[in-house]
Design a protein around this ligand. Sequence first.
Ligand SMILES: [Zn+2]
Length: 402
Amino acid sequence: MREAGIMTGAAVAVDGERIAAVGPQARLEREYRAATRVECAHMVLTPGLVDSHTHAIFGRARYEEQEQRAAGAGYMEIARRGGGIHASVADLRSRTEDDLYALALPRIRRLAAYGSTTIEIKSGYGLSVEDELKSLRVISRLSKAVPMRLVPTWLGAHEIPLEYRGNDELRREYVDLLIHELLPVVVAENLARFADVFCEPGVFTIQETRAILTASRSAGLGLKLHADELEPNGGAELAAELEAVSADHLAAISETGTAALAKSGTVATLLPGTMFFLGRERQAPARALIDAGVPVALATDFNPGTSPTANFPLMLTLGVSQLRMSAAEALIAGTVNGAAALGLVHETGRIAEGFSADLALFDAQDVREIPYWYGDRRCRGTWARGMPCHVREESDNLNFLR
Ligand SMILES: [Zn+2]
């Protein structure tokens, strides 16, 4: 993860949806005389950022919880006041598919405006057959409406819904519903590429997670896992055992969990914005993971409760300043390794011949400026599959630099 392969004086030739060539500008200008030209001088062109963990399908914002948390309210107290994930579930259930689509569209465009061209989106605020399918259908419609590559993940196991809480029998009924009623429809309608489970004490147990993910794998879905966010409970080890493509969060991963991920090659997707926004002191041990040989990805965790930001470059800032990664490591975590966390490592995340023409252009003269100007929107343009997602003609930042 140390070598980002930075080139200067280079040009990138795009033919249709693919990168046709990368090389010295003078040579490519000779070889592609007829091509439309996008001027990138004095800027940094990166692979389109790969946001491999978002919960972008939701209804209303939950800003009131931020102050409640600041005043000392914990998760349970916020839930008692009508907040938390169950608030988002009740809200999403009350909305139509069209309404959710109209809310999500500008949000994913916002993600692209900050540099993301590949965006994983999870369901998980429906928690019923009808509402999970509604959420996944919104992602499917969005995929057809925007150039960005959207990767749908089914997270029916985000939480036990209120109507299934209270005793073990009800919990079992919900897990059964996920496996026997919801999963077959998700697969039959081709609504998701991955299945994910929130595996955490008080949410889904290791045994429940194993049952849901094993069934999902048999049905043909790839696997992801929310693991070891608050306590080390064997989530990372389970992700490795099941050969999940990624284990996400990991702020509390154990040494055995780290060793297991290193062995399986499972990507550790770290979400530093979440811990920052929640005001937690602990961040995932990125250095220990990288030093152990675990591929580390960064993502926004964009969601209304714990990480309401579309600003991926800010995650790179946190990667450097909080997780003690180098700028090159953070950039790789936001591109190549994000692609690996979505099973797309041969498709996107690199500027190389044959790869999808997924690109992001930044007002910067050195790649290290991307994490450096923190909170700023330096992205001047993004292209996915050769198509513009977002192009900003005028920079409002250049006077910072020159
Ligand atoms: Zn998440």
